[in-house]
Design a protein around this ligand. Structure first.
Ligand code: ASP
Length: 562
């Protein structure tokens, strides 16, 4: 069975586990309230005494087990009495973390218990009257069993993510250095760099424009009613604030450009700062070719072997990919609430329509007309990278696999793939930019704002720039979206509307980001005079030196030091 088939099966299994056994599964009893920050839970030791409010000592996660539910009638916006859950009697353990945070002992004194013991308290639910009638309570309970199942699976996903990320820095550094040294021509490199960046920026600007167009045609903002809006804002407002403040701390564009030059290359390598690593590897590669008379050769050979060894490591990691992917997908599917999905369905569909259009038209055009490959063959060749991007929501994590796909399945040279792809995984995020275009218009529609052409141009510009600055990690696009909203005067509280859907859409936009990187890589390879073609499944099976199959079947040879 091909690697990508196994990964696909892993994803399907993960989705089924997430849906049926996850914290939001409708098959399980919802008996837990879960807070990322304990201080946000409104707890009272005695529900009749407002003075008994319990403030938790610090920012620690808090899981509250439901013991008893108290309902009551409250008037909604139309004056009608509605029965809702007002209070929930809950209990929770005093974890070590909570105890440690309680430096002055005030919390322990109030509850009179020690670490490991359980505290019983009353949780007051928020009541949000909806304009059209009815009351929404917040937060919503989840299934304790489902939450625990996902928590047990999570380390498997983490293990896979860590293994694959472990490869990134040595692989990118070594292969870029070897690639640049083997080019041996600084002008060629400069030309390639200019063309690559130009193509990346153009495709991104087109992506945002497609996003804006989709949002205008589909008008997802019209499908969200007051009830959904109020519920989403109540549920996610706190998290949206933290995204906005993360965006506010981001450096300016000039600082961003300057920071590409590392002060200490070792620090860049150890912190995994991709643009700095690229810069240093390119400079060192050029310098090695300038040493003359093949003097740089031993160093280049050394890094060439490191690169080869890293490729073997990727193949080892890909062998466990189906399990890692299953755990990652189960987590995302299990924790994305259905209520959110229903409310934001049209918005999500608008994003997906935009992403498909962009991939089909722009990448399809580039691949067929510029790289002279068949579209479906190309998509088959890059499928392992797309699946890893989709399940990890991280272009960086997918980078090692993208490089393997480009070199092994498409026949792109190491010099091109090791330069164009690491650059793309950081600066080219078409899917993210497109999604930001749709999100900005959607939020503006919900808040009934009219955006001028100038506002929309500023969205295109800001989203294109933001995608250059965003890191290839899950959720990065949401942080930079805060900047895009500010640039066009759209209220940042709108982030709370779309946050619940973000993680799922992140999977799709990351797959598109990676597809874009690989489409541009193919175009660059052809424009540099390389002849590329897609490796067929049969060739992959037959030749252990190429493709993804049987790469680990090689014999091991002990290494004898000279
Ligand atoms: N997760 C995306 C990536 O790694 C970035 C984002 O859109 O959040 O490419």
């Amino acid at each position: 069975m091909q690697v990508y088939t196994k990964i696909l099966i892993g994803m399907a299994v993960g989705a089924v586990i997430g849906l049926t056994l996850g914290p939001n599964s409708s098959l399980l009893e919802h008996d837990r309230y879960s807070y990322k920050d304990a201080r946000r839970a409104e707890l009272y030791l005695d529900r009749a005494d407002p003075g008994s409010r319990l403030t938790l000592p610090g920012k620690a996660p808090l899981d509250l087990a439901v013991q008893e539910v108290v309902r009551g009638e409250v008037p909604d916006a139309t004056g009608a009495q509605v029965e809702v859950v007002q209070w929930v009697r809950v209990d929770f353990p005093i974890t070590e973390k909570l105890a440690l945070l309680d430096e002055d002992g005030a919390f322990r004194e109030r509850v009179g218990k020690r670490s490991g013991e359980r505290v019983t308290a009353w949780l007051k639910l928020q009541q949000i009257p909806l304009d059209g009638g009815g009351i929404q309570t917040a937060p919503q309970p989840i299934s304790a069993l489902g939450d625990d199942i996902i928590a047990v699976l999570a380390p498997i996903g983490d293990l896979f993510m860590r293994l694959i990320k472990m490869v990134i820095v040595p692989l990118v550094f070594a292969s870029l250095l070897v690639g640049v040294a083997s080019l041996g021509d600084v002008r060629k490199l400069g030309r390639m760099g200019g063309k690559t960046l130009g193509l990346y920026l153009c495709t991104t600007a087109v992506a945002v424009t497609i996003g804006l167009a989709c949002a205008h045609i589909i008008q997802p903002g019209d499908f969200i009613d007051q009830a959904d809006r109020a519920a989403l804002v109540a549920q996610f407002a706190g998290d949206a604030g933290s995204k906005a403040s993360a965006a506010a701390e981001a450096p300016s564009t000039i600082e961003n450009i300057l920071s590409i030059i590392p002060l200490n290359p070792m620090e860049s390598l150890s912190s995994g700062n991709m643009l700095q690593i690229i810069f240093f590897a390119v400079i060192l590669g050029i310098a090695l070719t300038m040493l003359g008379q093949g003097e740089g050769q031993p160093v280049v050979r050394f890094f060439d072997r490191i690169q080869q060894a890293m490729i073997i490591v990727i193949h080892i990691v890909m062998a466990i990919a189906p399990y890692g992917v299953a755990a990652l997908v189960a987590e995302v599917v299990g924790t994305s609430g259905f209520s959110v999905l229903k409310a934001l369905l049209v918005y999500g569909l608008a994003v997906l329509a935009g992403l498909s259009l962009h991939a089909g038209l722009v990448y399809g055009g580039l691949v067929v007309f510029k790289a002279r490959l068949k579209w479906l063959d190309f998509m088959r060749a890059i499928r392992p990278a797309q699946l890893i991007a989709f399940s990890t929501s991280s272009s960086s994590a997918a980078l090692p696999v993208s490089m393997e796909c480009a070199e092994q399945n498409l026949g792109v040279s190491n010099a091109t793939s090791s330069f164009v792809l690491p650059l793309g995984s950081t600066v080219n995020m078409d899917g993210t930019a497109l999604y930001q275009g749709v999100a900005a218009i959607f939020i503006a529609q919900v808040f009934q704002m009219d955006l001028t052409i100038a506002d929309q141009l500023s969205i295109v510009l800001a989203a294109t720039m933001a995608s250059v600055g965003a890191a290839g990690v899950p959720g990065a696009g949401m942080v930079t979206l805060a900047m895009v909203l500010t640039a066009s005067g759209i209220p940042q509280v709108g982030l709370a509307l779309i946050l619940g859907m973000d993680r799922l859409l992140d999977m799709f936009r990351t797959a598109v980001n990676v597809t874009g990187d690989l489409a541009v890589t193919s175009v660059m390879a052809v424009s540099e005079g390389e002849s590329i073609r897609v490796l067929s499944d049969a060739e992959d099976q037959a030749d252990p030196e190429r493709g993804f199959e049987h790469r680990l079947d090689k014999d091991e040879h002990p290494v004898e030091p000279d």
